[in-house]
Write a protein that binds this ligand. Sequence first.
Ligand SMILES: C[S@@+](CC[C@H](N)C(=O)[O-])C[C@H]1O[C@@H](n2cnc3c(N)ncnc32)[C@H](O)[C@@H]1O
Length: 311
Amino acid sequence: MQIKVLCLLLVVLAVAVAVGIHSIMVALRAPLPFTVSVEYRGQVRKYPPEPTEGRPEGSDLQVEKEQPCGFWEIFINHNEGPGVHKWTHYFPIYEEHFGHFCRGRENLTMGEIGIHSGGSLLMWRQAFGEKLQLLVGMDINPDTKAWERFGPNVKVEIGSQGDPQFLQSVKRKYPEGFDILLDDGSHIPDHQFTTFVHMWEMIRPGGVLLIEDVHGVNPLLHWLLHGHSHENASMPGWYYPNDKETGKATEVPTDDGNRLNRAPMMAFTSLSVQREVESIKVYPFVIAITRRKVPLVDVQAIQHGSQWMPY
Ligand SMILES: C[S@@+](CC[C@H](N)C(=O)[O-])C[C@H]1O[C@@H](n2cnc3c(N)ncnc32)[C@H](O)[C@@H]1O
């Protein structure tokens, strides 16, 4: 018994010493004097990872052509103060979807769900500058309210993105809506879906809802394309023409692929989600949903020409 207790104490002591050394080295920005190897799913990973020769941090981004907002520059030079935590391949995605706001639009409004240590709010403020009329952070952690100190255009609302009542209260408080809504909160698929269903109407024409950290076997994309319901949210799919009578998505033909081709004309009244969603673009760990500037009222397929081969 005593030997077991002694062993346990030794392990706790070793971990404490390792964590202590790590903290000191991080504070001093010095390399760790040891490496740790962990075997995970058959692969050995080292911490800290070995630098790949000739490949500086974020080098993938250097092949990107345009960076109108300069998010990467801001991020990589942000070494002191409130922390910001991002996958590096997200930066070109931000430029692609938010860049036109840096080129043009004044009175930009942005919401970010999940603001943690506040550094991302600082990054958006720096990149958008005077154009940023309103930046609303939302977080379940009441301590993040502190980030309202960043400026008069920064507001923080406390609540869960999985709670429709919280989302409704945000909608009531900021009826002007958002040009950009970034979901970097819980990363739980049910929450991401609830947030999309309840907040989509807050996205302004030409705006984007960008969902981060869609990892693993995450059904979110399937739900967006094909429809889904759960206790907090439901919506029809975006993909199919819908049945006129029931409003439900029609079945995909599996027997005769030409059944749809044969109809000389097909026309449907678009579902609300088809009317408003311009595109759903998928990147590693990210889904970006953009709102049309002009609604798509009818979905139709028509034929032009006079000579036709039989199907
Ligand atoms: C990944 S961090 C956000 C990082 C930050 N956006 C950045 O770029 O540095 C996730 C944040 O989401 C918050 N969060 C977790 N669950 C949440 C929920 N259900 N609703 C809202 N926020 C949540 C956490 O408190 C945390 O601050």
